[in-house]
Design a protein around this ligand. Sequence first.
Ligand code: 3PG
Length: 307
Amino acid sequence: MKKVLIATDKPFAPVAVSQIREIVENAGYELALLEKYTQKSELLEAVASASAMIIRSDIVDNEVLDAAKQLKIVVRAGAGYDNIDLAAATAHGVVAMNTPGQNSNAVAELAIGMMVYLARNGYNGTSGSELLGKKIGIHAYGNVGRRVGAIAKGFGMEVYAFDPFVNKADVEAEGVKVVDTAEELYSTCNYVSLHIPANDKTKKSINFDLLNKMPKGGVLVNTARKEVICEEGILKLMEARPDFKYISDCAPDCAPVFAEKYAGRYFFTPKKMGAQTSEANVNAGLAAARQIVDFFATGNAKYQVNK
Ligand code: 3PG
């Protein structure tokens, strides 16, 4: 009997796990669960007998793939797949997929929620500011970016976007002003919400020069990946621009410096939690389970990312 392993350092909500189990068992497979593991050796042991694996931000590298002798497919229940070594997956004959769009609303709500939290000074009783009438720049207008834009419009914000991969006319038809360069986005907007993937081209690309273009009181909101930020650059900016603020879903490596020097000008979640809602867990987890069942039944590899 094929075994489907859920390997999640950050567990899904129980309701998602039980519904994934139903899909997997109805298809005639066995479900195995590895949650909150602390040692890589636990993952290496668990993958040894798995034919399929559902993960979140869990690292699937060459060593994991070497240990996964039966593995045919790994599905990242979520959008970003920078945690999977795609070349190694291909070399091991393993299909890697993601579940695009399934957790977007949860991430978008967190981005806006953190903006309100910081604009109101962490609800500490002092006078803050409002989002109404402010300009927000969406850096990469994909599933999450689009949702952030839609919610921001409800707050009465002016929405701008920069994304070389979208059709300008289509996005403008949604009431979003599309700009042609990242520089234009950053120099125009009071808030910039980041939605770029982390890859060789984007890592450390959000640097001092780009961020320094933001108007006075600028706020960077990062629900993408900490790796896309140039940490030396943002620290230099925090020092040079006492008006600038940074919000990130997942603390940067330089978080201790923020804690020591920039109280009130930043907010970091303790653990990446944009997609940590039961709704997102159900959407992404069930999509992953269905993609696995469909892949084994029909060979459907629509969401394959290691082609
Ligand atoms: C994603 O890429 O889908 C999000 O960053 C969510 O990641 P998570 O599943 O680890 O919460």
